[in-house]
Unconditional design. Structure first.
Length: 161
């Protein structure tokens, strides 16, 4: 199963939801907010409560998400290397480009696969590495995600040196 989440924003994110047509629709569970999804998606709902999101993250083989910190942290804690499509201000998907900055830091740290061009979404999903177990997740490069978040918040280069 491929779990897709656009987060809790009430702003549409059609750039991502329309790109889903390049993925196997019968494998998709999509939390899509106010945006439409392609016909044929296995399961699609506008919003989910946190428990539902966690349940899907635990059961998913692959996670595709906006670059919201909560979604990323929950995906990583469940052993995923998430595929991120950051919401961008130029498309009125968010108020500023904080998601792009965060995604760039995570990409540089090797903690996520970032899709800057949605035409490459299927390619990115195919490149997702094996999911690690929750035990392995607590052992992955302790502090790397924290460091990426801290550096993105402070407008610093993604990784030292």
């Amino acid at each position: 199963m491929i779990f897709v989440t656009v987060g809790g924003s009430t702003r549409p994110f059609p750039r991502l939801t329309q790109a889903l047509s390049a993925l196997p629709l019968d494998e998709l569970v999509v939390q899509h907010g106010p945006s439409a999804v392609p016909d044929g998606v296995a399961h699609a709902v506008p919003f989910m409560d946190f428990a539902e999101v966690l349940d899907h993250l635990q059961r998913a083989d692959v996670v595709v998400s906006h670059a919201g910190s909560g979604s990323v942290i929950c995906a990583r804690r469940n052993g995923h290397t998430p595929v991120l499509v950051p919401r961008l201000a130029r498309y009125d998907e968010t108020v500023d480009d904080h998601q792009a900055e965060f995604a760039a830091a995570l990409e540089e740290a090797g903690e996520a696969i970032v899709v800057w061009d949605v035409e490459r979404l299927a390619e990115a999903v195919s490149a997702v590495p094996r999911r690690v177990t929750p035990r392995e997740t607590t052992e992955w490069r302790s502090g790397t995600l924290h460091e990426a978040v801290r550096r993105a918040i402070h407008g610093q280069a993604p990784v030292p040196g």
